[in-house]
Ligand binder design. Structure first.
Ligand SMILES: C[S@@+](CC[C@H](N)C(=O)[O-])C[C@H]1O[C@@H](n2cnc3c(N)ncnc32)[C@H](O)[C@@H]1O
Length: 229
């Protein structure tokens, strides 16, 4: 893929994390194949066993989707970005690079508020962001996003939803009133888990709720929604 960040320090961290994710790939494929063979629901990514399994996995957002996040945040001039699901911080690096670049070019202050329920993942994410030179632009809140994202304090320009599906609608209910008019929300895997996301898409696809929304069919699908004025 074409270089998006043009930041060798951040890109070196992303390359290392991509190698780590590649090494986890075989284990993840074997796990989900076994699950399929056991005739369990393949579309349920959120069982207790699954949560335990992915505790040390990156499950990072696809690089092209991360690049899209960077470009949209740059286009919006985003200074306040929120992410539900930080994991080891792959998508966070792209979001933080966009906020840093917006601030450098346009002045002011900016932050990415990440949130991660697993304290060990949050501390690895913080270390990765430090190594990438982006820690000054990120506040990773440890805990349940339904709580950590309440009362953020000022309108949010961009929201990435990349976490456990049953929590996406409740988190969106917390975030929707905190989005500025024109804010963009991206939600991952909406095509692959269409049924499971029904409560979320019912919200963003009904213009009566103050959003306009489109499903981008790439790697499981990405729902892109804009908050209307
Ligand atoms: C798909 S991963 C995020 C990947 C990340 N965006 C990236 O690209 O590297 C989802 C993350 O959400 C976290 N998570 C699950 N439930 C959560 C909750 N209630 N609050 C905050 N984070 C949660 C999981 O621990 C997991 O690390």
């Amino acid at each position: 893929m074409t270089a998006i960040l043009c930041d060798p320090r951040a890109e070196a961290v992303l390359e290392r994390l991509a190698g780590q994710a590649d090494r986890q790939e075989a284990e993840m494929t074997a796990y989900y194949d076994a699950k399929r063979r056991a005739a369990k629901r393949t579309t349920d990514p959120d069982s207790k066993a699954d949560m335990d399994f992915v505790r040390d996995k990156l499950v990072a957002l696809d690089p092209e989707k991360c690049a899209l996040c960077y470009l949209l945040c740059r286009s919006l001039g985003a200074r306040r970005v929120v992410e539900f699901g930080t994991s080891f911080g792959v998508s966070t690096i792209y979001l933080a690079a966009a906020v840093r670049d917006n601030v450098r070019e346009g002045g002011g202050e900016g932050v990415v508020i990440g949130t991660e329920i697993e304290p060990t993942k949050a501390s690895v994410a913080n270390a990765n962001l430090e190594e990438a030179g982006l820690a000054a632009y990120v506040d990773v809140r440890v805990g349940d996003a339904r709580e950590t994202l309440r009362g953020i304090g000022a309108p949010v320009d961009f929201l990435l939803l990349d976490s456990w599906i049953p929590l996406v609608r409740p988190v969106m209910d917390v975030m929707a009133p905190q989005l500025r008019p024109g804010a963009i929300v991206l939600c991952d895997n909406v095509e692959r888990y269409e049924k499971e996301y029904a409560d979320y898409t019912a919200l963003v696809r009904d213009p009566g709720n103050g959003f306009r929304s489109v499903l981008l069919s790439h790697q499981g699908g990405l729902e892109l929604s804009v908050k209307l004025p």
